[in-house]
Design a protein around this ligand. Structure first.
Ligand code: DON
Length: 575
């Protein structure tokens, strides 16, 4: 979305609770609650749950389900999700891995022709691209183990929006126009029935209804996980996939289970970082970058040197990324070694002062620039202090483009996050590695990085879509937070990215001044100015002493962040 328009509406929220800033003891509970998501209707649904007596987990379910209805190009029941959760009652951190898995009939060479060449598009479009969804199971699990409200209540806003419809917004319309996905969607009867209107895309303002999706949501609301993975929904899903040449079976769906994992925990000076473990590669990348940066005196050097070390930490983390990473249930990941300070010192020694490292001088294969992937993130805190950082995805925009007829469920194309073949790049330029090769029931490697940041008296919840740029965006946000800034600065900070290969420094418009660009060139960086902004970060921050609770939605898109206390509502404020 046009940034200046967004600047005008500036949907960020901040609350200054009526407490004095100094002399207060650290509060263990926030002065209210806050929700940040990538769509106003979703944020409103989350607030509604909190107002009804639900907790952050109920709110997350409502927000998540509404996002699947009003922004179906990003995420939904046909995809997967990672949930980082904190329960204030017992100070417990959990990570729910609702990532999709490869069907049981999947093989390592399923996207290669008989000569062993990767077949373009096969892992991206249509039935063969879709992995077994994990998101519905995660929704049901979170409701049963963390929520306070029944799914019939937390899914209600999504059911109503699917049934009664909502006006198509500019972002929705824009994705049809820009992505070329409309033609792809039209190829499938089930998708055309949902997403087109007399053969054309819906126009902004037209009412978009999804009655079949409402039916599927109702079955989940009534029967929980079984409402999706067994019975009527499962049969319709499998029929639709197989009709289009896919390999799903009822057994695939019945056997799907979320994984409860231990989040990764690291430190950057006195900042504690709680983040996504494998099957994501994102948390490891984030902690590696922070570990490398802690080897340099970042706070006391000139800004240009600071930028140089940050870029180099990105290069180093991406150099190591993917080499060892895959589904932890299938491959042994040397986690301790990767996250050790020994590794950070080893990497930091390769970084020269005032000189860009040549990626070619680092001997390993790396990955290249991914573009135009789609996904969405939610950050929530409730008044008890429970927290949720949830990133959910269908992978590419509109996933596989296949809506399973009769279910309204748009299926993912997460199979493309696997390596098609060792050494071969996927559509986004990610080089396939052995550890991430396809196997039945295996989870494809992800970059999603839902994260909590904790300083002695401050807490933040953060995450974003953006493919391989996710960990570097979260890194820049974490460094903002470490420098005493809150959610608004975290989501607004200008972004730059390096991922080892291609050996270039990408950055958003208006990020570096001419002087800084000249200095970076002089250090040997190949500058790659981007024409567009990227990411759609959602963040919440809470200062426990001053009781400032801030929620912020990325100004680059249409999201809405609201922070509410008994005293006031912070909503679209730009004083
Ligand atoms: O799991 C992953 O890493 C990808 N499927 C996420 C894609 C993504 O973030 C796209 N965002 N624009």
């Amino acid at each position: 979305m046009n940034r200046s328009i967004k600047g005008l509406i500036f949907l960020q929220a901040i609350i200054f609770a009526a407490f004095s800033f100094a002399g207060n003891p650290v509060s263990l509970t926030p002065p209210g609650y806050a929700v940040a998501s990538a769509h106003p209707l979703a944020t409103e649904a989350g607030l509604k749950m909190l107002e009804k007596g639900g907790n952050a987990f109920d709110a997350a379910i409502a927000v998540s389900a509404v996002l699947g209805v009003v922004a179906p190009y990003h995420s939904g029941l046909g995809g997967g999700s990672y949930w980082l959760l904190y329960q204030a009652r017992n100070q417990r951190y959990d990570f729910i891995d609702g990532r999709e898995v490869a069907p049981l009939a999947a093989t390592a060479s399923m996207y290669q022709d008989k000569n062993g060449m990767a077949i373009p598009g096969l892992s991206l479009n249509g039935a063969l691209a879709a992995a077994i969804p994990g998101h519905p199971a995660a929704l049901a699990y979170v409701a049963a183990h963390y929520g306070r409200l029944p799914l019939s209540q937390s899914l209600e806003p999504a059911i109503i929006l699917a049934e009664q419809g909502f006006p198509v917004d500019e972002q929705f319309y824009g994705f049809f126009q820009m992505s070329g996905r409309l033609e792809q969607l039209k190829k499938f009867k089930g998708s055309a029935a949902v997403f087109t209107h007399h053969g054309e895309s819906f126009l902004p303002g037209e009412i978009f209804k999804q009655p079949d999706l409402a039916g599927t949501l109702r079955r989940i609301a009534k029967e929980g996980k079984k409402g999706f993975y067994e019975g009527e929904t499962a049969e319709k899903l499998v029929d639709a996939v197989r009709r289009e040449g896919g390999i799903w079976t009822l057994d695939d769906l019945k056997k799907y289970n979320i994984k409860l994992r231990r989040p990764l925990v690291g430190h950057y000076h006195q900042m504690r970082v709680i983040t996504a473990p494998p099957s994501s590669a994102g948390g490891i990348a984030l902690l590696t970058m922070l570990n490398v940066l802690s080897c340099f005196p970042l706070d006391s050097i000139p800004e240009i040197e600071r930028i140089h070390y940050i870029i180099e930490s990105m290069r180093m983390a991406f150099w190591q990324r993917d080499e060892f990473l895959g589904d932890p249930d299938f491959v042994n990941i040397p986690l301790r070694t990767l996250l050790s300070m020994n590794n950070a010192v080893f990497l930091s020694k390769k970084i020269k002062k005032n000189q860009a490292t040549d990626s070619q001088s680092l001997d390993a294969s790396g990955d290249a620039l991914p573009t135009r992937r789609h996904t969405t993130h939610i950050s929530i805190i409730d008044s008890e202090g429970n927290r949720v950082a949830l990133t959910q995805t269908l992978n590419y925009i509109f996933g596989s483009s296949l809506v399973a007829e009769g279910t309204g469920v748009l299926l993912n194309d997460e199979m493309d996050d696997f390596s098609m073949k060792t050494g071969v790049k996927n559509v986004f330029g990610i080089v396939g590695s052995e550890a991430n090769r396809i196997a039945p029931g295996k989870r494809p490697l992800s970059s999603m990085t839902p994260t909590f940041l904790e300083m002695p008296e401050r807490v933040a919840i953060v995450g974003t879509p953006g493919g391989s740029r996710i960990p570097t965006m979260v890194l820049l946000a974490a460094l903002e937070f470490y420098r005493s800034h809150g959610a608004i600065s975290m989501v607004s900070a200008m972004r730059f990215h390096h991922q080892y290969l291609p050996d270039e420094l990408q950055f958003e418009p208006e990020t570096f001044s001419k002087t800084t660009q000249d200095a970076l060139k002089a250090m040997g960086y190949l500058l790659k100015p981007l024409k567009q902004y990227y990411g759609d970060m959602q963040a919440v921050s809470w200062e426990q002493k001053s009781q400032i609770l801030t929620a912020a939605s990325d100004p680059r898109h249409i999201g809405l962040a609201i922070s509410k206390t008994s005293k006031a509502v912070g909503y679209g404020v730009a004083y």
